[in-house]
Design a protein around this ligand. Structure first.
Ligand code: SF4
Ligand code: SF4
Length: 133
């Protein structure tokens, strides 16, 4: 599959670039971001692949990736990227797009009581903010 001008001008890409302030076309898929990501072993789609999916016009696949929810916004990828891409902002933009559509990643009722009892309140509130619209 190849990148085309049309694919790079999709509504989704424009929205991701508007929210994140990042340009997807500059990523040349070196993979340095994924190599340094502390959560890459948990992600079924590696961070640089999320960008690739967007570049190739597979926006739904990018939006369906658990990687966008696992990203801890640690900015390691941004520090390593030779093109200055801050992937954490792209991950956040994808989450925002889903949340604006009314998507809920985490239903409060699904959190086990033992987790609620042990987790710090601040962490619980942060989770609800990150995962729910
Ligand atoms: S490090 Fe930067 S240029 Fe390399 S794959 Fe990641 S985002 Fe793309
Ligand atoms: S900001 Fe997200 S994608 Fe980037 S290295 Fe950290 S966890 Fe991985």
């Amino acid at each position: 599959m190849r990148i085309s001008r049309e694919k790079l001008k999709s509504d989704l890409i424009e929205k991701v670039e508007e929210i994140s302030g990042e340009r997807l076309a500059v990523c040349y898929q070196c993979g340095k971001c994924s190599a340094g990501c502390p959560l890459e072993s948990e992600m079924e789609t590696l961070p640089h692949r999320v960008i690739r999916l967007l570049q190739l016009g597979s926006g739904d696949e990018a939006l369906g990736s658990s990687a966008i929810w696992l990203c801890a916004s640690c900015h390691t990828c941004a520090a390593r990227c030779p093109k200055g891409v801050d992937l954490s902002k792209i991950m956040e933009a994808l989450r925002v797009i889903l949340l604006r559509r009314g998507y809920h990643r985490l239903e409060p009722a699904d959190v086990p009581p033992e987790v609620l009892a042990k987790a710090p309140q601040q962490a619980i509130v942060s989770c609800y903010r990150k995962f729910n619209s």
